[in-house]
Ligand binder design. Sequence first.
Ligand SMILES: Nc1ncnc2c1ncn2[C@@H]1O[C@H](COP(=O)(O)OP(=O)(O)OP(=O)(O)O)[C@@H](O)[C@H]1O
Ligand SMILES: [Mg+2]
Length: 109
Amino acid sequence: MTNCDRFYKELNSEQREAVDTLEGPVLVLAGPGTGKTQLLSVRAANIIQKKDVLAENILILTYTNAAAKTMKERLARIIGFKGYDVQVGTFHSFANSIILDSEEAANYI
Ligand SMILES: Nc1ncnc2c1ncn2[C@@H]1O[C@H](COP(=O)(O)OP(=O)(O)OP(=O)(O)O)[C@@H](O)[C@H]1O
Ligand SMILES: [Mg+2]
């Protein structure tokens, strides 16, 4: 049993359904503290394992820096040091990096 399997087993059936969806969008509507971050972390780990996707090719956007930090820590707990290769950041920092990388976008500032 992999570490990812262990975390998967702790999820409920709705969370597992989201984690098992390896292709396409999944909308998760859930209240505070109900396991959204956990399921997203396990889903990313599952995609990396089952689809042979490189961790650095996964992008996870959050609203707050605190949530991004939590996500990175969870990923590292589930898949080890590779978890730190996943691109995790806030919407704002991601959008800012695009603007900084793009001469065309910079013209609109
Ligand atoms: N199905 C579950 N059964 C029991 N505990 C769970 C389950 N899913 C998640 N948890 C645990 O519940 C706690 C809160 O989970 P998590 O941080 O993922 O929730 P969240 O919805 O992202 O919270 P927030 O709204 O604060 O961002 C964590 O300790 C997590 O391991
Ligand atoms: Mg959360």
